[in-house]
Design a protein around this ligand. Structure first.
Ligand code: ADP
Length: 496
């Protein structure tokens, strides 16, 4: 491994961590053909952390070549048990390096170190272990047809899978793509977000250390319109999995149609409704609803950004919700008690501030926040709008920041109708002590996940994905295996 692509950097907590900066192709960190690099920024300070090698279309070609060769010549011959052992070994190594990975995730993304270590890393590791368990349990069926015929199916890998991931959960999104892809016997070319390239490269080194054959996992840092588009259009990539904005998701689907009709899975935006009934445990509803929108600084596709509160408890809820917001700590991601760090970039900061302006202009009441926190980095105070109506932009569009819109409702029918008034359908939540109401409403909500008396619960074995314009396909759980295998039917004539 060339030392040109390894550097030690000092973290805000005084510790030193080794980072990798090259493109990871064929188990080596290498330069790009164009020898270009780009800088990654610490969102808590706005200052450069380090520069990494930038992939272009030509580098995507090289990575696809490596993944194709690895698929045909090596990975296809590695059986499920062996694949499972390798994935468990990777999970062991991530556990060994959990402090460094969490610190680097916090530095590059701005999420609190304590959250990265207690939430992102454990679930990432669980995802690899969960899919490691599936490696030797993927099989087809025997199908009875006629007595003199024998028919069976095989669940075969798709081949070379492209993955394009976002910046809000860099390690988790890497595992959501790589876990099922590798378990099913595919090879992968993954592009990280240009805003958060560092942790995936560190995990790349662990893939090599775990003993994965070269070319099975290739990780590229680079930009969407160049390296990302090259993956989406590539004639030798058999499937692409994308997580990001609905706008880019559409271009991915078009790219498939314009190229080789590669299979496409999309996990896109959301504007999730969170419905609080008068009979709910109010303190619990406040706590979970706060977490529902402000976790990860509002940068979650499933964020509960539209909160509907039944009229008889509305004032009480608002008062408690505001008090909760005032009690959480916004600031340095490396402080133990920080709940909310900075937004990812100046661009996102500006975008969120423009939504806040539109909320004010359209007549919503700004109850709290609405401004920058501190004077360095991309921090925004937790922002609460009340008196919001369905036509306002802040009620319709995904803000992807620490901004919540709260509205009142009277009846079940009214709130269900309002809940469905956006083009999204990723998640929803209901707070009530009435179990039959909870189930009836969960059944009628057009969303891929419904949380009842909780929010943001994720497990490696529970599927996640969108209705409507929130996506195509389900990640995690057994359902994800269907997206990374294709079924072959074999018909045998026993009489010949
Ligand atoms: P956000 O707006 O939240 O940054 P994006 O959807 O733009 O989300 O980005 C998610 C991922 O998609 C990133 O890895 C980004 O580089 C990539 N991306 C952006 N534009 C394109 C594109 N035209 N083709 C392929 N990938 C893209």
């Amino acid at each position: 491994m060339s030392s040109n692509y390894e550097e030690n950097i000092t973290l805000p907590n005084g510790k030193t961590v080794k980072v990798y900066t090259g493109l990871f192709i064929n188990n080596e960190f290498v330069d790009s053909i164009d020898r270009k690099r780009f800088e990654t920024i610490n969102p808590a300070t706005g200052k450069v952390i380090i520069s990494v090698v930038e992939a272009s279309e030509k580098d995507v070609d090289i990575a696809v070549e490596a993944a194709t060769k690895a698929f045909n010549e090596e990975w296809i011959h590695v059986n499920g048990q062996e694949r499972g052992k390798l994935m468990n070994k990777l999970a062991d190594l991530m556990e060994r390096d959990i402090d460094e990975l969490a610190a680097l995730e916090s530095l590059d993304n701005g999420k609190p170190y304590a959250v990265a270590k207690s939430v992102d890393l454990p679930l990432t590791i669980d995802v690899y272990r969960y899919f490691a368990g599936w490696c030797d349990k993927i099989h087809g069926k025997v199908i009875e047809t006629q007595n003199d015929k024998f028919c069976y199916t095989r669940h075969e890998p798709i081949g070379v899978c492209g993955a394009i991931i976002p910046w809000n959960f860099p390690l988790l999104m890497q595992s959501w793509k790589l876990g099922p892809a590798l378990a099913c016997g595919n090879t992968v070319v993954l592009k990280t977000s240009e805003l958060t390239p560092l942790t995936a490269l560190k995990v790349a080194a662990l893939f090599k250390e775990a003993g994965f054959p070269k070319g099975v996992v290739n990780i590229l840092s680079g930009f969407g319109p160049t390296a990302g588009a090259a993956i989406a259009h590539h004639m030798k990539i058999d499937k692409v999995a994308f997580t990001g904005s609905t706008a880019v998701g559409r271009t991915i689907l078009k790219a498939s149609a314009d190229s080789n009709l590669k299979k496409v899975t999309l996990e896109l935006g959301g504007k999730s409704p969170n419905i609080i009934f008068a009979d709910s445990d109010l303190d619990e509803a406040v706590k979970w609803s706060y977490h529902g929108i402000f976790f990860n600084h509002g940068q979650c596709c499933c964020a509960g950004s539209r909160v509907y509160v039944q009229d008889s408890i509305y004032d009480n809820f608002i008062e408690k919700f505001k008090a909760h917001a005032q009690s959480v700590k916004v600031g340095d991601p490396f402080h133990d008690d920080t709940y909310q760090g900075p937004q990812i970039s100046q661009r996102q900061f500006d975008r969120i501030m423009s939504y806040i302006e539109s909320g004010k202009e359209e007549g919503a009441t700004l109850l709290l926040g609405g401004k920058q926190h501190g004077d360095e980095g991309f921090f925004i105070c937790p922002t609460i709008f009340t008196d919001v109506n369905e036509n306002m932009k802040i009620m319709q569009e995904e803000i992807f920041g620490p901004v919540v819109a709260i509205a009142k409702f009277k009846t079940v029918d009214e709130v269900i109708e309002k809940a469905h008034l956006t083009t999204y359908g990723l998640a929803a939540a209901v707070f009530t002590k009435d179990i039959s109401r909870a189930i009836k409403i969960s059944n009628s909500l057009r969303a891929g996940t419904v949380w009842v008396n909780c929010y943001n619960l994720f497990n490696a074995n529970t599927p996640f994905g969108g209705y409507k314009e929130s996506g195509i396909g389900r990640e995690l759980g057994k359902y994800a295996l269907e997206l990374y295998t294709q079924v072959k039917t074999v018909q045998i004539n026993l009489e010949s």
